[in-house]
Write a protein that binds this ligand. Structure first.
Ligand SMILES: *[C@@H]1O[C@H](CO)[C@@H](O)[C@H](O)[C@H]1NC(C)=O
Ligand SMILES: *[C@@H]1O[C@H](CO)[C@@H](O)[C@H](O)[C@H]1NC(C)=O
Length: 182
C-alpha cells in the first residue's frame, strides 16, 4: 500500500514538473477573433530542399464561434495566385486541443508569456505517416524578439530541428480574386 502511494505521488510530481516545462494552453475564455500573422514556422520533416524556402507573412483571420470552435481563413500567395483557405477548428474535450480538416490536423494552442502571441502546435496525419508543425502567431506584423526566443525554447522542448525554422518575410498582402467578384 505504501509503495503504491509513493508511486502515485511520484507520478503526480513528475506530471507537475512536466507541465511546468510546457507553456499553458489557450484559456477557455479567450476570444481569438481577429487578424493574426505567422511570425515563425517550423516542421520536423527531414527535407533539405524545404529549408531555404521563403514564405510571406500571411494573415490568418479567426472568428470565434460557439462551444470554443473557431473558423480560420488563410490568405496566401501560391504559384503567383492568391489563394484563400477556410476551415473549422473544432474544440475537443482536452484543454487547448482542436481538430480540423477531417481529423487530419490536431492542433494544440499554447499561450506565450508575451502579449498577443500564441503557438499553434499541430500533428498532421498523412496516408503514410505524420509530421509536426509549430507556428508562432502574433497580433501585429512587427518582429518580437522575446516571442521568437520563447518560441525557440518551446520547439527545442518538442524536439524540432532548429535549422528548420522559417521566419516569413513581410511582403504585400494579396487579395483573392473570388472576393473581388463578390
Ligand atoms: C535526413 O536525410 C538525410 C538524407 O536525405 C539523411 O542522411 C539523414 O540521416 C536524415 N536525418 C534524419 C534525422 O533522419
Ligand atoms: C468574439 O468576439 C467577437 C468580436 O470581437 C464577437 O463577434 C464574437 O461573437 C465573440 N465570440 C464569442 C464566442 O464570444
Amino acid at each position: 500500500m505504501k509503495s503504491l502511494v509513493l508511486t502515485v505521488t511520484l507520478f503526480c510530481l513528475l506530471a507537475v514538473v512536466q507541465a511546468q516545462d510546457d507553456l499553458p494552453f489557450l484559456s477557455e475564455d479567450r476570444n481569438m477573433s481577429g487578424i493574426w500573422y505567422h511570425k515563425a514556422i517550423v516542421n520536423d520533416l527531414n527535407i533539405t530542399e524545404l529549408r531555404p524556402m521563403k514564405i510571406q507573412k500571411f494573415p490568418l483571420v479567426v472568428r470565434a464561434l460557439q462551444k470554443g470552435n473557431m473558423e480560420v481563413t488563410l490568405t496566401f500567395l501560391h504559384n503567383g495566385e492568391c489563394v484563400q483557405l477556410e476551415f473549422l477548428m473544432e474544440k475537443i474535450e482536452k484543454p487547448g486541443l482542436y481538430k480540423a480538416v477531417w481529423d487530419t490536423l490536431l492542433t494544440y494552442i499554447y499561450e506565450l508569456p508575451v502579449l498577443d502571441h500564441y503557438v499553434f502546435y499541430s500533428e498532421c496525419k498523412l496516408i503514410d505517416g505524420k509530421f509536426y508543425v509549430a507556428e508562432l502567431i502574433g497580433k501585429d506584423l512587427n518582429e518580437n524578439r522575446q516571442a521568437l526566443e520563447e518560441f525557440k525554447k518551446f520547439i527545442q522542448l518538442k524536439g524540432f530541428p532548429p535549422e528548420n525554422i522559417i521566419v516569413p518575410e513581410q511582403r504585400e498582402m494579396c487579395v483573392p480574386k473570388v472576393h473581388n467578384d463578390a
